[in-house]
Design a protein around this ligand. Structure first.
Ligand SMILES: [Zn+2]
Ligand SMILES: [Zn+2]
Ligand SMILES: [Zn+2]
Length: 388
């Protein structure tokens, strides 16, 4: 994910034809954190220690991060505000932009406490001068998260956090390049749906609120906490509303999905057991729809089974997505679990067929159904027929 490549301010992303954003709060640049805003008085100390005196290691004062933290939490407020009630496409747009901005600002505020050079895209090129002048390209949110985990050694976030952040950044980039309705990902056109945004936002809000509480709030001065805590309370209330909405949606869906549970699999986008494949692939929960079972099959392997495609094929593993003997598309995945808990050996994300056992094609080795002691996949069967 080329996250770091997109550091444009939030207001650049208004290509969806909606009315220009009026309130100034919405038009604030998202990233990077202007360095001058994040620096406190301690940085104004004389640069050189008097000769003969040992240099004192000065811990950067709490004041250093108050600006960015306040700014980040303000963005979070805006996210919950935009997602409240029935969000319009414009609401979704600003919820996405401001959630990306909040994540970036808050992660970098903590990273900066570790060392200011770590918010540079390439820390090895960091100089104090470029930092002071805010004249540098900063790292993206994913890199910031990874640096906090790997360099600062913080036990924060998990695979899901990274996944949610990745989706969000994709949406943000799509907003900036194609507008909200649809965007291209590979060959497939995608659409951003309100419930999907709410689900991803709820996950990330949970993560960020804990992050602020555990990693940033303790660094602030007591007099700064009052304002921050008031803002945080608003975000908690907003998040509770979003969760209530998601719960209600799930309860409404339960009756609808009950008779289909034995064909319903987990959605790679929202992770809810609400994905149905029948030519069209649709998630009844997040409303994501795709005509490309082939793509959804790959996403399932990557995000539900959490198999790293690269290391799997490097280790000479078998095909992760194979040919379906029923519909002849490349969307057959092994070891798929249904909402009922039933586990099938093979499931096709295009036609929705599942197979408890499959033979290998006598000619090419692709999965095939056996008949009269022979197994031929659709391809080899077609090729054979053509010859007659
Ligand atoms: Zn979904
Ligand atoms: Zn199929
Ligand atoms: Zn074959």
């Amino acid at each position: 994910m080329a996250d770091g490549a997109h550091e444009e301010p939030a207001e650049d992303a208004s290509e969806d034809g909606s009315a220009p954003e009026a309130p100034a709060a919405d038009a604030e640049p998202a990233a990077p954190i202007p360095a001058q805003q994040t620096r406190g008085e301690a940085d104004a100390e004389p640069p050189a220690a008097p000769v003969g005196k040992p240099t004192r290691a000065v811990r950067q004062p709490a004041k250093v991060i108050f600006g960015p933290v306040e700014n980040g939490v303000d963005y979070l407020c805006s996210v919950t505000h935009h997602l409240a009630g029935a969000p319009t496409p414009r609401d979704l747009k600003y919820a996405i932009l401001h959630l990306v901005a909040a994540t970036e600002v808050l992660l970098k505020a903590r990273l900066q406490l570790e060392h200011w050079s770590l918010i540079f895209e390439k820390p090895q090129t960091a100089t104090r001068e470029t930092f002071d002048n805010a004249d540098f390209k900063s790292c993206g949110s994913i890199e910031a998260l990874e640096r906090l985990q790997n360099i600062a050694g913080l036990d924060i976030g998990n695979q899901q956090t990274k996944r949610d952040l990745n989706i969000l950044i994709q949406w943000r980039n799509a907003l900036q390049h194609y507008g909200l309705k649809t965007y291209k990902e590979g060959k497939a056109a995608k659409t951003v749906y309100a419930p999907a945004v709410e689900k991803v936002a709820a996950n990330l809000l949970d993560f960020l609120l804990n992050f602020v509480r555990d990693e940033l709030r303790p660094e602030l001065k007591r007099e700064e906490l009052q304002a921050l805590d008031d803002e945080l309370r608003n975000v908690y209330t907003g998040l509770a509303d979003i969760k209530k909405y998601l719960d209600n949606r799930m309860s409404r869906l339960r009756a609808e999905l009950e008779p289909l549970r034995d064909q319903t699999v987990q959605c790679p986008l929202c992770k809810v057991y609400a994905l149905l494949c029948n030519g069209l692939v649709e998630c009844r929960f997040c409303e994501a729809v795709s005509e490309w079972g082939v793509v959804v099959a790959q996403e399932y392997v990557l995000h539900v089974q959490e198999i790293d495609w690269y290391s799997h094929s490097k280790d000479g593993g078998n095909e992760l997505v194979d040919w379906c003997p029923e519909c002849n598309t490349d969307s057959l995945v092994a070891d798929v679990v249904f909402a009922t808990g039933r586990r099938t050996s093979y499931f096709c994300f295009t036609c929705g067929c599942d197979f408890d056992s499959l033979a290998s094609c006598d000619v090419c080795g692709r999965p095939a159904q056996e008949a009269d002691g022979m197994a031929a996949c659709g391809w080899c069967l077609d090729a054979k027929l053509e010859r007659f």
